[in-house]
Ligand binder design. Structure first.
Ligand SMILES: Cc1cc2nc3c(=O)[nH]c(=O)nc-3n(C[C@H](O)[C@H](O)[C@H](O)COP(=O)(O)OP(=O)(O)OC[C@H]3O[C@@H](n4cnc5c(N)ncnc54)[C@H](O)[C@@H]3O)c2cc1C
Length: 427
């Protein structure tokens, strides 16, 4: 018989257990983990370095990094935010460092520091961690009387507990089980992926990185029935847009701008079976009309130089060469000899290059699943289910996910803290 059973020995499960035991040492707490090892994702996270959180300390700005959960997380972040995460680890002997882009890692650059911290804390606080305990059922001990606790079933044993915290990440079996208890599950789809693109403008330049604006418009096929005027208007209205560093890879495009788009468009791009067109503006700081004007002015200032060899704008040289070629300008054409059409083509390539995406690849440093327990069914003051009393959630099991950068773990820490606060008070 336990006071609290936490299902799932991942980031959210461990953090919740530690917070409960810390806040109320009278409670008997156990973690049930289906695998042989606990904290497996923490181990591989951030390329083995574990990006624990992000240096964004204002809750109102922090929530902007969550395509799903933005509204719901605002209150919880006012209670437990990124600074609290930093304090938690540093007070427990894990010094952290903030990198230039805001990502926060252990100074050791090893996720093992985070794992050791969690394991030491569970031992110190007397939390029972049971491995190879896959939970196959959760039910009230006495039907229709949630105050008499739960029965939690595993193949070897049945456990009794007053409260249950589900922290199983994106596990379909547990979602099915929760559906059985009356919850709605938003269908899971992958988030945080890179785009597969085969295109002569980028195939020979992997490793090139630059700032760009990437846009997905309504596809042509969706507008075939419409008049050309409406079609243009529909095409002009972006469905998704993101700006930031874009990295050209052997397979296509990656980098923060692409990952952001993949997170915000997780459901939409899944519905398109990852076949869509992106428009890339390689000069996001310039007004599109101004680019043509500028190119025309170079005709006057540098008439004798060849276009291919004069990189006049702030984009990587090898990309400039490929875009010039794509604009039908061969290597002998000088600025003075460029036709109006060639300059227009070049301006279009620089600000409105279209690329066909044909599939996605996993971003190895971090990925998550969008979908999970419907946010409407969770009380975000306590992380208790609104459907089943004494049942709580933390982490990726809920329909919350974020862009890359430490925000996904922050969701696990904040949810764990909120659930623990509610449970330990009631305890
Ligand atoms: C490769 C990779 C790298 C990442 N890097 C980062 C990063 O650097 N920073 C960041 O913020 N986010 C990162 N993420 C995302 C982050 O790992 C997740 O958001 C986070 O782990 C979610 O925590 P969780 O506890 O909710 O789920 P999980 O970590 O998935 O833990 C769930 C646990 O529940 C267990 N479980 C499932 N079903 C059962 C069952 N029936 N019975 C018992 N146990 C069960 C699982 O075995 C697992 O141990 C990364 C993800 C991946 C895949």
């Amino acid at each position: 018989m336990f006071d609290v059973i936490i299902i799932g020995g991942g980031a959210a499960g461990f953090f919740t257990a530690i917070q409960i035991a810390e806040q109320n040492s009278d409670l008997k707490v156990a973690i049930l983990e289906r695998g042989k090892t606990v904290l497996a994702k923490v181990k591989v996270s951030g390329g083995g370095r574990c990006n624990v959180t992000h240096a964004e300390f204002n809750p109102a700005d922090l929530v902007l990094n969550y395509p799903r959960g933005e509204k719901e997380l605002l209150g919880p972040f006012h209670t437990f935010c990124t600074g609290d995460t930093m304090a938690f680890f540093e007070e427990r002997g894990v010094p952290l460092k903030i990198e230039e882009d805001g990502r926060i890692f252990p100074q050791s650059d090893s996720s093992q520091s985070i794992i050791d911290c969690f394991i030491n804390e569970t031992e110190r606080l007397g939390i029972k961690v049971m491995k190879l305990c896959p939970v196959s059922n959760i039910s009230y001990a006495v039907t229709d009387n949630p105050d008499l606790g739960f029965l939690v079933t595993t193949p070897k044993k049945e456990f009794q507990t007053k409260k249950v915290v589900v922290a199983t990440g994106s596990n379909p079996k547990i979602w099915n089980l929760l559906e059985g208890l009356g919850h709605t599950i938003i269908p899971p789809v992958p988030s945080l992926f890179t785009f597969n693109i085969k295109d002569s403008r980028i195939t020979d330049i992997p490793g090139v990185s630059t700032t760009a604006r990437v846009t997905v418009f309504a596809s042509k096929s969706n507008t075939t029935e419409l008049s050309s005027k409406i079609k243009t208007a529909v095409r002009k209205k972006p469905l998704l847009e993101a700006e930031g560093p874009l990295l050209i890879t052997h397979w296509g495009m990656s980098g923060p701008a692409i990952l952001k788009l993949s997170a915000w468009g997780a459901t939409l791009l899944h519905s398109k079976n990852y076949q869509f067109v992106v428009q890339v503006n390689w000069l996001p700081d310039m007004v599109p009309g101004a680019v043509l004007e500028y190119l025309s002015s170079v005709k006057e200032t540098d008439p004798k130089k060849t276009i291919l060899r004069t990189k006049i704008l702030d984009i990587p040289r090898r990309l400039w060469v490929n875009l010039v070629k794509a604009a039908d300008i061969d290597e002998t054409v000088k600025w003075a000899g460029a036709t109006k059409t060639q300059l227009q083509n070049l301006a279009d390539q620089l600000t409105e290059s279209e690329f066909s995406v044909n599939g996605k690849s996993t971003f190895k440093e971090e990925f998550v699943t969008a979908g999970g327990i419907d946010l409407k069914e969770v009380n975000f003051k306590t992380y208790e289910s609104k459907i089943a009393k004494n049942l709580y959630f933390a982490g990726e099991v809920i329909n919350v996910d974020a862009i890359t950068g430490g925000f996904n773990f922050q969701n696990a820490w904040t949810g764990g803290f909120m659930a623990a606060q509610a449970i330990s008070k009631l305890g």
